[in-house]
Design a protein around this ligand. Structure first.
Ligand SMILES: [Zn+2]
Length: 311
């Protein structure tokens, strides 16, 4: 098939979608690929078609129709930028989000791995809830800064499934000094509807609400080589901080200032050494166990002696 015929076919197919592309423009692009770059016609056709799909914002799966059934893909295999996929996954975390263009952002997981998801506001999709499993249809793999995520768009579908799935995340163990606590640590308030932390008494989704108190720590641990971010939930914070939610609340109300809880936690925990274990989701280790260590425990001492001998 020559350029003219191929260009006409592409043109006709696009006109089905109400897009009028001048035939010469298609021919020119095909010609450049086949003559200048020696690309086979079938490949040139695919490439030029995809160019115009992107240009006119037409979802590939709609364009190709049943020729291209969206495949159900395991999360660990989501490594191809621009690929349209179906994913069956459980929502593990929904993050704080203050971008108006984003409805929800967080982490989903399946038995093979976990991945970040972005539910764009203009996709007009229902919101998902942490801990529930969904079938996500027609979502697009996107690479950003060398990391993969899935984006939901207006052709995507979200369907809750009554099924609990095991998440395949390997636990990590990190030992290091707690060198920082990030903002959003300490005594916080969450939205009673969606659980998001409130910012200045307001939920990004539900506006001014009567918040529900919670305790958490977003800690930074330095193991001497790199830093690790760790998220301690209420249970872990109460345990390691030797505090309860109730005592934190009375501390705050006596001082008329909730930030005293963070100050207390900082003075108690920072600069000390901890070993934490838990699954790592994106940036954060979700701490499932935490223990304080003395700086020179036996292992560290052995290492020190070993390295001294080398020198
Ligand atoms: Zn809310």
């Amino acid at each position: 098939m020559d350029e003219k015929e191929t260009a006409k076919e592409i043109r006709d197919r696009f006109s089905d979608f109400g897009v009028d592309i001048p035939q010469e423009e298609i021919e020119e692009r095909l010609n450049k690929l086949t003559s200048k770059f020696k690309v086979p016609m079938s490949e040139a056709r695919r490439s030029v078609t995809n160019y115009f799909l992107k240009e006119h914002n037409i979802p590939r799966n709609e364009f190709y129709g049943s020729q291209m059934e969206t495949p159900l893909v395991n999360i660990k295999d989501l490594v191809e930028d621009g690929k349209w996929v179906n994913v069956k996954a459980k929502v593990l975390q929904i993050w704080d989000n203050s971008h108006e263009s984003i409805s929800q952002v967080g982490i989903v997981g399946d038995p093979t791995s976990t991945i970040k998801f972005v539910n764009w506001a203009n996709a007009n999709l229902p919101e998902v809830e942490e801990g529930k499993t969904y079938q996500f249809r027609n979502v697009v793999v996107d690479e950003w800064n060398g990391k993969f995520q899935i984006n939901f768009n207006r052709t995507s579908g979200i369907e809750e499934i009554d099924e609990d799935i095991e998440i395949g995340t390997s636990s990590v163990t990190v030992s290091g000094a707690m060198v920082d606590m990030q903002s959003g640590s300490g005594l916080i308030k969450r939205c009673p509807e969606c659980n998001r932390p409130l910012s200045k008494g307001a939920c990004p989704e539900h506006g001014k609400v009567e918040g529900v108190y919670d305790l958490r720590i977003k800690a930074v641990l330095d193991d001497g080589e790199s830093v690790h971010e760790a998220l301690l939930n209420r249970e872990m914070t109460e345990y390691i901080g030797d505090i309860t939610l109730d005592s934190a609340k009375s501390m705050a109300s006596e001082a008329l200032d909730p930030s005293v809880v963070l100050e207390y936690l900082k003075s108690k925990l920072m600069g000390k050494y901890y070993t934490i274990t838990g699954p790592k989701l994106d940036r954060y280790v979700l701490v499932e166990s935490i223990e304080q260590q003395s700086r020179f425990d036996e292992n560290a001492l052995d290492e020190l002696i070993a390295s001294a001998e080398v020198v």
